[in-house]
Design a binder for this molecule. Structure first.
Ligand SMILES: Nc1ncnc2c1ncn2[C@@H]1O[C@H](COP(=O)(O)OP(=O)(O)OP(=O)(O)O)[C@@H](O)[C@H]1O
Length: 249
């Protein structure tokens, strides 16, 4: 049984076919990269997995459970967390306040009028732990909106992790970053993947990051599956070279 199984999914927007017959099986603990030229359907494919878009056809199964009809918020409760191409954090809150929100949600205490003292200490410890793991402790009191792009992304990733996901979906985690920030985020993702044996699916344009992190790669082109394999197999694949790595991106 694959942890996440996508069966022949399609998404049509009127006459435009954004995703056309894509299947993918991801094993527990795997880091899978989804790559492809601009407009290949990667983000649409993600939105079909998280339930933000309804499928035109096909099936998405998490641990053999068909997710048809299950809303995005419920999928988060089932252990699916994601980050977005454009970072989604609260700019007017500090880093610590940002992390506190999903920690409270995960504990079932968000906006609770009274939090028992014992649980308050437990929440504080969890927030501290997440900030430490994300390299955020040094900037805990800074407003998120004032941070560098890389620190904002690290904050967003740790917010997703605060929900205790079993599957983490990352949409272009290094988009718009310079070399140093890209390396820092790639290191963070590798550490999370290794330490927590988390299943990760990421869309990524930076091939150094993809080849560094991914156990397997799925290549999309014009909404269709083009190839799937290990980084070495994808590098050697002539169809991929022609359609993508050759410069079409
Ligand atoms: N809500 C929508 N309505 C209509 N068309 C859409 C919608 N979302 C995406 N599309 C179209 O579907 C196709 C695939 O888009 P998508 O954003 O999934 O590609 P992508 O591979 O993620 O691209 P990029 O790498 O540029 O982010 C594109 O032609 C896009 O214009």
């Amino acid at each position: 049984m694959s942890f996440l199984r996508i069966e022949n999914v399609a998404k049509h927007f009127g006459s435009l076919i954004a995703v056309d017959g894509v299947s993918m099986s991801v094993e527990k603990g795997e880091c899978r990269a989804v790559i492809g030229p601009n407009g290949a359907g990667k983000t649409t494919f993600f939105n079909l997995i998280t339930g933000m878009l309804d499928l035109t056809s096909g099936r998405v199964l998490l641990e053999d459970q068909d997710l048809a009809g299950i809303k995005p918020a419920e999928r988060v409760r089932m252990g699916m967390a994601r980050t977005f191409q454009i970072t989604e954090i609260f700019p007017d809150l500090t880093v610590r306040e940002n992390i506190r929100i999903p920690v409270e949600i995960a504990a079932g205490l968000h906006l609770a009028p009274r939090v028992p003292t014992a649980r308050r200490a437990e929440l504080r410890a969890r927030i501290d732990q997440l900030m430490e793991e994300g390299g955020l402790t040094r900037i805990a009191g800074r407003y998120a909106g004032e941070l560098s792009h890389g620190d904002q992304r690290a904050c967003e990733i740790m917010m997703a992790l605060a929900l205790n996901p079993r599957l983490l979906l990352l949409d272009e985690p290094t988009a718009g970053m310079g070399d140093d920030e890209t390396h820092a985020i790639a290191r963070l993702i590798r550490r999370i993947h290794r330490d927590q044996a988390l299943t990760i699916v990421l869309i990524e344009h930076d091939m150094r990051v993809v080849f560094n992190l991914a156990d397997k790669i799925t290549v999309l082109a014009e909404g269709r599956p083009l190839a799937e394999g290990t980084p070495a197999e994808i590098t050697a694949n002539e169809k991929v070279q022609a359609a993508y790595l050759g410069g079409a991106a």
